[in-house]
Write a protein that binds this ligand. Structure first.
Ligand code: NAP
Length: 334
């Protein structure tokens, strides 16, 4: 497995990480046994970075990862690095009710996550969205205290803009920024990515397949459950969806010429953006994982990259990447 550094202060990790969110939440029902088999297959293939959030299924995702880790030999378990997001507040009906980044809350969230994961430390810990009522210095400072106490190894950020990156980095060493980045979500290229690079902060890119939209497997007639994020996502609606799927067909022509799948081209494109970027792929089945890992064998030369750029130029997608209420929580979009 190829590896990449998580910023100048973080660990060396597999060049692709596994995002486990869809195994518990947001993309409709998932198969528990297949989810665990997928985590096992990823670890066996050399994937070392497992990404989760304590709010993915209200603890479900962490318990799933904990169970998967207990089911592998110690050598594999010890290689696994956990990247955990916290801060999102939920209610018993599955609703979302804001963010809490107060220092006491940070330590409370961490205590529960350590239990659910069954680990003695979290490798990267980050607030999912900035709490507008708590300065980022206080939230990051609290994670810093968890680092000093040995409960956390590295501090990460999620969906923050350049100013917040600078303030956080002035408070404590930051390993990586987790943020959406794909062929059709390129907003970070102007200011956020250069700022992260200037400060030696790596990027763990999510939504590399735009939640399946540009995987080559998504079809306009797919029925989505009411609790599937994509049923509310602007990019998956009506004319936007038709427009975006036409981009995928343009990409498919390039993929066919390369003897690769559309998903592999989309992942390989993010990999090609720099050694400081680690794509998190959201595979929740072994066949999807195998396809995603195949992207590591796809080399894109200058001609391929030009053809991809012509097929899917920056800004080509129709629709925002989140519904408007959720866009409002994104410090990265200010
Ligand atoms: N920091 C943040 O704000 C934030 C936000 C969202 C996600 N994340 C993290 O990033 C991870 C990845 O995000 P994501 O799930 O949106 O990523 P993604 O990789 O863009 O989308 C994953 C979806 O794409 C579909 N897919 C089709 N072919 C695939 C293939 N070969 N490999 C993988 N997926 C394929 C799957 O849908 P089907 O199973 O339906 O085929 C899967 O559910 C999440 O698990 C989570 O840990 C972070």
């Amino acid at each position: 497995m190829q590896t990449r550094p998580l910023g100048s202060t973080g660990p060396q990790v597999s060049a692709l990480g596994l995002g486990c969110m869809g195994m518990s939440a947001l993309y409709g029902d998932a198969d528990r046994a297949e989810s665990i088999a997928t985590i096992h297959a990823a670890l066996e293939a050399g994937v070392t970075l497992l990404d989760t959030g304590d709010f993915y299924g209200m603890g479900h995702n962490e318990m799933l990862i904990g169970e998967a880790l207990r089911g592998v030999p110690a050598a594999l378990r010890e290689q696994a690095l956990t990247s955990v997001k916290f801060g999102a507040l939920r209610d018993p009906n599955g609703g979302w009710s804001g963010y809490d980044g107060r220092p006491a809350a940070v330590k409370n969230f961490a205590a529960y996550s350590l239990q659910r994961l069954g680990v003695d430390h979290i490798d990267v810990y980050r607030i999912a969205r900035v709490d507008p009522d708590v300065p980022i210095e206080e939230t990051v400072g609290a994670i810093g205290e968890l680092v000093e106490a040995g409960h956390v190894r590295n501090i990460g950020l999620s969906e923050v803009g350049a100013d917040t990156i600078r303030r956080a980095a002035a408070t404590a060493p930051i390993s990586d920024l987790q943020i959406e980045y794909s062929l059709i979500s390129r907003g970070i290229e102007e200011e956020i990515l250069p700022t992260a690079r200037e400060l030696g902060i790596g990027v763990t890119a999510y939504g590399v397949l735009s939640r399946g939209l540009i995987s080559g497997h998504f079809t306009a007639d797919r029925k989505l459950a009411a609790n599937d994020f994509r049923a509310m996502s602007p990019r998956f609606q009506g004319e936007n969806l038709q427009h975006n799927l036409a981009l995928v067909e343009a990409l498919r022509k390039i993929a066919e010429q390369k003897g690769a799948s559309v998903a592999q081209i989309a992942i390989a494109w993010v990999l090609s953006r720099g050694e400081d970027i680690v794509p998190l792929v959201g595979a929740r089945r072994r066949d999807r994982l195998t396809e995603a890992l195949g992207a590591l064998d796809v080399t894109l030369d200058a001609g391929d990259l030009a053809a991809i750029e012509a097929a899917v130029p920056a800004g080509a997608a129709a629709g925002d990447r989140y519904p408007s209420a959720q866009m409002a929580h994104l410090d990265s979009e200010r």
